[in-house]
Write a protein that binds this ligand. Structure first.
Ligand code: AMP
Ligand code: ZN
Length: 116
């Protein structure tokens, strides 16, 4: 059994504010939200990052994106949202279990990245 933080959240060993759940994915509110709506969607099965996925992961990756719009609308961002998947050192991923940030709210979320 993995002692990874998000695996433990999926198993209910660490409390979270659930936003959505199905057979493949679990979604919960970010503990330190960057926007009024900030939900993390994770695969229930441990995948370290987007850099580690293979063809067999296509269904769960599709599900993560497919539910994003529904979650954003339900949680208070019906006019659009942004999905962010930080990956690895360059992507400054902090938690080593694949997760998509769904961010939004009543106002635009801001510029994508500072341009070089
Ligand atoms: P990342 O930098 O993409 O790896 O994002 C990790 C995210 O996980 C951050 O936005 C954290 O605020 C969030 N986070 C860390 N621990 C928890 C937790 N126990 N419950 C909910 N969100 C968390
Ligand atoms: Zn994990």
């Amino acid at each position: 059994m993995s002692d990874c933080l998000f695996c433990r959240i999926v198993r209910g060993e660490i409390p979270s504010r659930k936003a959505y759940e199905d057979d493949l994915v679990y979604a919960f509110h970010d503990i330190n939200p960057a926007r009024p709506v900030h939900v993390l969607v994770v695969p229930k099965r441990h995948i370290g990052s987007l850099a580690e996925v293979g063809e067999a992961d296509a269904p769960v990756l599709g599900r993560m994106l497919e539910v994003a719009s529904r979650i954003a609308t339900e949680q208070g961002s019906p006019d659009g949202f942004r999905v962010i998947i930080n990956t690895g050192r360059i992507g400054q991923q902090e938690v080593g279990h694949l997760h998509a940030h769904i961010v939004g709210g009543p106002e635009p979320v801001g510029p994508m990245l500072k341009r070089i």
